[in-house]
Write a protein that binds this ligand. Structure first.
Ligand code: ADP
Ligand code: MG
Length: 240
């Protein structure tokens, strides 16, 4: 299997605070990797640094065969769908325009094509009837599904999601996880920070446990039942 994401010796710091410390990771075509770890362990920084939303101090990142560098950044970002904890929709744009705008402005699609793709994506996340709504007229779960639609409409080589359900009221989490499961089943390569154990068990090919800016443990999802390290075991115990 060819790797869609390759990370070697990645170091990221905020000033003198070292947050990601020598991380190596490969994500194969179609693979679903779930990242877990305590708050402050560097998960968000790691994910963001892969597309230089935070610029790494050192290390090598290759996405879809392109080494991430200043000259390739636009090209790389076009290949990555990113979903944040907070939906990051433009409040002054209708749901459909939130999706169409980047397709036209960044990806160079004609408006007609973009609208068609946006409608397909909205259909997939169950929001076909909300295309004319403004984000703030939607529930949190619907807003996050719209953000997911925006990310998949670009047909990304890899979809990265940073705690996509952790800002949601508990009763809205399920609808978002169900949409993500659908997307996973379609073969999309995914890198997801989440603490949803059932989701990880159902969807992940591999679970990675982050602590102190390092990968402390990784393996197939059944490591969630049978963690090898005390630190992962303690972390999982605290989740229940
Ligand atoms: P996680 O997502 O695992 O909770 P983060 O990557 O958000 O971890 O944070 C890792 C560490 O980096 C924390 O100590 C956090 O306070 C710090 N940090 C995160 N973002 C910034 C920032 N923009 N500037 C300075 N420090 C930051
Ligand atoms: Mg985080």
């Amino acid at each position: 299997m060819s790797a869609v994401v390759t990370v070697r010796g990645l170091n990221v710091a905020y000033g003198t605070l070292e947050v990601v410390k020598g991380v190596d990771l490969d994500v194969a075509q179609g693979e679903k990797v779930v990242i877990m770890g305590p708050s402050g362990s560097g998960k968000s920084t790691f994910l963001r640094s892969l597309i230089w939303l935070v610029r790494p101090k050192s290390g090598k990142i290759v996405i879809d065969g392109i080494e991430v560098a200043q000259q390739t950044l636009m090209d790389v970002r076009k290949r990555v769908g990113f979903v944040f904890q907070h939906y990051n929709l433009f409040p002054h744009l209708k749901v459909i325009d939130n999706i169409v705008l980047p397709l036209v402005k960044v990806h160079g699609l004609l408006r007609g094509e973009a609208v068609q793709r946006a409608r397909e994506a909205l259909q997939l996340v169950g929001l076909a009837d909300k295309e004319r709504a403004y984000p703030l007229q939607l529930s949190g779960g619907q807003q996050q599904r719209a953000a997911i639609a925006r990310a998949i409409a670009i047909r990304p080589k890899v979809l990265m999601l940073d705690e996509p359900t952790s800002a949601l009221d508990p009763e809205l989490v399920e609808e978002v996880l169900r949409v993500l499961e659908d997307i996973a089943r379609r073969g999309t390569t995914m890198l997801i920070v989440t603490h949803e154990i059932d989701f990880a068990l159902d969807v992940a090919d591999r679970v990675v446990f982050f602590e102190g800016g390092k990968i402390v443990e990784e393996g197939p999802p059944d490591i969630l039942y049978n963690p090898k390290t005390d630190r992962f075991r303690q972390f999982l115990r605290r989740l229940h």
